[in-house]
Design a protein around this ligand. Structure first.
Ligand code: C5P
Length: 414
């Protein structure tokens, strides 16, 4: 599998002759498993028709910043949030200059300012323009700000001259894009993740459940795989496909989940409890369907075991990360849970916020650990998952070095 599987890439196409190669790039990115949305500058439309990109990407092409149709379908802010990465190919000297200076005078430049996703550019221009002091200064600025510069290559140019400034070939760009998702931060680590809801049976046809979609846990599993970990995912009932290279164990109730987790935990280095485990279950599961009778029905509930607290209380527990879905006093409640459950880290989210958390494509987290915290601002769940995995890797390594300085940390093998 490619690390581009299910990745959402915005391909920005600007007005250079190499734009014709970007049509092939869309195909190649999709073949590698990515979902692609194309944003074109007006100048790009002079070189290749938007219809070509629409047909190849399977989505409407975005061109204008103030386009009522496209704003209704997906606004520039939504596009910016949607992306796991933005790639501008070809990137003209003009667009590079605009991004370096933070201009926001067209859709693509605005997107670059509005997104938190990694930004990559594949410059393509005449070799004299590439070597010009202005372009050199812009490239330096972009590099310093973390923009990835792919290429350019040397060779024959469309203008008839030879030199540095050719856009990299589509397959080379696909390879470079795949690499940005691979951090290696958890190389050699065994990670166990719980995800989704649990369903607690009332009778043979009814249950108590919750609205967890499992998306955050599945995104974490993918991010951990990209970081080089071996991942086991214990999932409640969800409508999600199993990410590649992940061992998935399906469960239904909290008791099933606890059993699966306890079976899996002995060789795990990190445990991330992302599941929305039901706190209570019916005291008795009726063997026959409960018949409708009377005006009220009482069901006695008993407390479920706390899976995460159980793992953290083991003699030699893994690095434990919990989640806290809160509706008020987020920081206070999360910090209390961190201490009460003896966790190394807790990721809290405000579930009253619209467009983040349960069932949403987006999330925002406030992460706490003993003595520190960090806000992960609203972004797609896969981006948030990647940021959280890097944070976990960093703290996991610190803890390992503090605990057993003589032992080699598997996460440092890479
Ligand atoms: O105490 P609260 O339910 O808010 O804690 C949430 C965290 O604890 C989550 O990480 C969740 O996966 C975990 N949890 C658990 N078992 C339970 C309840 C919650 O592992 N029975």
């Amino acid at each position: 599998m490619s690390s581009l599987t299910n990745k959402r890439i915005i391909l920005g196409v600007t007005g250079g002759i190499a734009a014709y190669k970007s049509a092939d790039l869309v195909r190649r990115l999709r073949e590698a498993g990515a979902e692609v949305r194309v944003v074109m500058t007006r100048a790009a439309c002079e070189f290749v028709g938007a219809l070509t990109f629409q047909a190849l990407s399977g989505h409407k092409v975005h061109i204008d910043l103030l386009d009522a149709d496209s704003e209704a379908a997906m606004s520039h802010i939504e596009l910016a949030r949607w992306a796991d990465a933005v790639l501008i190919a070809p990137a003209t000297a003009n667009t590079l200059a605009k991004i370096a200076q933070g201009l926001a005078n067209d859709l693509l430049a605005t997107l670059c300012l509005a997104t938190r996703a990694p930004l990559c550019v594949a410059p393509a221009m005449n070799h004299v323009m590439w070597m010009d002091a202005n372009t050199r200064a812009n490239i330096l600025l972009l590099r310093q700000r973390g923009v990835r510069i792919f290429g350019p290559a040397s060779g024959a140019q469309a203008c008839g001259e030879t030199g540095e400034g050719r856009m990299l070939e589509p397959l080379q760009l696909v390879e470079q894009m795949a690499q940005i998702f691979q951090s290696g931060a958890l190389q050699g680590c065994n990670v166990l993740i719980t995800a989704g809801p649990t369903l607690e049976a009332i009778d043979p046809v009814r249950f108590i459940g919750n609205r967890s979609s499992g998306k955050m846990g599945f995104a974490l599993a993918t991010a951990a795989i990209e970081a080089g970990a071996q991942v086991t995912l214990v999932s409640g009932p969800v409508a999600l496909a199993t990410p590649d290279r992940i061992t998935r164990i399906d469960v239904e109730s909290a008791a099933d989940m606890q059993q699966a987790v306890m079976q899996q935990i002995p060789d795990k280095d990190i445990f991330i409890a992302c599941a929305a485990v039901a706190d209570y279950r019916p005291a008795q599961v009726q063997t026959q369907k409960i018949k409708k009778s009377g005006s009220a029905l009482k069901i006695e509930l008993v407390k479920n075991p706390d899976i995460l607290a159980g793992v953290a209380a083991l003699d030699s527990p893994p690095f434990c990360v919990g989640f806290a879905a809160e509706t008020e006093h987020l920081a206070q409640h999360a910090q209390q849970k961190l201490v009460a459950k003896k966790l190394q880290m807790i990721a809290a989210n405000d579930v009253t916020k619209q467009d983040s958390g349960f069932n949403s494509e987006y999330n925002a987290l406030h992460v706490f650990w003993p003595g520190g915290d960090m806000q992960l601002e609203t972004a797609s769940k896969s981006q948030i998952a990647r940021q959280l995995v890097l944070l976990i890797a960093q703290h996991y390594k610190e803890r390992r070095t503090q605990k057993k300085p003589h032992e080699k940390n598997p996460a440092e093998n890479s």
